[in-house]
Ligand binder design. Structure first.
Ligand SMILES: C[S@@+](CC[C@H](N)C(=O)[O-])C[C@H]1O[C@@H](n2cnc3c(N)ncnc32)[C@H](O)[C@@H]1O
Length: 298
């Protein structure tokens, strides 16, 4: 035993019972090794306490077992593993979602896709919506919760990701039809008012795949290694197939890398869609592009 657990155990030696340290001290030790906020959230998670508890009762005890669990989590965080995998959840568009290593950690920039989607659903009575590459289900579930009159179908090739997405739909009482398959494969003959997709768009040889938290996330959620490897392989399939799956006036909205907007707009144009546009996320990066099938409503 070493690190935080060892220091806590040393404290234990001089005390009675199994109390080893206070949660405030555990936080102080943890933040010497990882980001302050991450340290705080891990202490609160392990000690099952709130932020207010941590501030108001810093001497509240942490057991030896809890100290060991915290030590292991801090170590994993220090090695780059995303906080969401350690906590088992992540926030997205005001809701909390279950997250496991089988799914991409939902990114804040993807919330832009929800906003753009809602703008297009607002005037439709019973819109048909497809979410391609649903992962944890954040897009499909958020859209169903925010636009209950929509019928939402969500596709993913990964059965383990779909299991997480189903869990999230049930958590938020969202009726979403989940189907396993390759992009439009399970949607033969179906057409939609709106297709949203956040496909894998990192090129297979991009060095970022080996940095930060990315090595911990599913490869198939990040890169299009199988579909071409230049980062646009999945876009080509999704954009190319959209004309056979959009209703007249229906929109395709697709998230992409910040340097892929021009290429994606070209794909949208080549596919025969109109009203091409690109939107920037809160950091100012071009993040989502979209277009509609002739008969555009707006
Ligand atoms: C970037 S993640 C997006 C997850 C989620 N929509 C989000 O925004 O957080 C891409 C998702 O596409 C799925 N995927 C990869 N290849 C696929 C394919 N050929 N057909 C369907 N889904 C695929 C992955 O399993 C992954 O869940």
């Amino acid at each position: 035993m070493y690190g935080l657990a060892a220091r806590c155990a040393r404290k234990k030696a001089g005390r009675r019972g199994s109390l080893v340290t206070g949660i405030g001290e555990a936080w102080r030790l943890a933040r010497q090794r990882i980001d302050r906020l991450d340290a705080r959230l891990l202490v609160e998670y392990v000690a099952s306490c709130s932020h207010a508890d941590l501030l108001a009762h810093p001497t509240r005890s942490l057991s030896a077992l809890q100290a060991r669990r915290l030590d292991a989590l801090v170590r994993r965080r220090a090695s780059g593993e995303p906080l969401a995998y350690l906590l088992g959840c992540a926030g997205f568009y005001g809701r909390e979602f279950t997250v496991t290593a089988d799914v991409l950690v939902p990114r804040p920039e993807t919330e832009l896709l929800v906003e753009l989607a809602l703008e297009r659903l607002r005037h439709l009575d019973e819109p048909l919506v497809a979410d391609l590459g649903t992962g944890s289900g954040v897009l499909a579930v958020s859209l169903k919760c925010l636009c209950p009159r929509a019928s939402v179908v969500a596709v993913d090739l990964s059965p383990t990701a779909l299991a997480v997405a189903r869990q999230n739909a049930s958590l938020h009482a969202a009726t979403v039809r989940f189907v396993e398959g390759d992009w439009y494969g399970p949607l033969a003959g179906d057409r939609f008012d709106l297709i949203v997709a956040n496909p894998p768009y990192v090129a297979a040889d991009d060095a970022h795949l080996e940095s930060g938290g990315l090595p911990f996330e599913p490869r198939m959620a990040l890169t299009d290694g199988v579909a071409g490897g230049d980062g646009l392989g999945c876009m080509r399939v999704i954009v190319g197939g959209s004309v056979r799956h959009l209703l007249p006036g229906g929109w395709l909205l697709i998230e992409h890398g910040h340097e892929q907007a021009v290429a994606v707009r070209n794909l949208l144009r080549q596919a025969g869609l109109s009203g091409m546009a690109t939107w920037a996320d809160l950091s100012g990066s071009e993040r989502v592009s979209g277009a509609c099938l002739a008969g555009c409503r707006d």
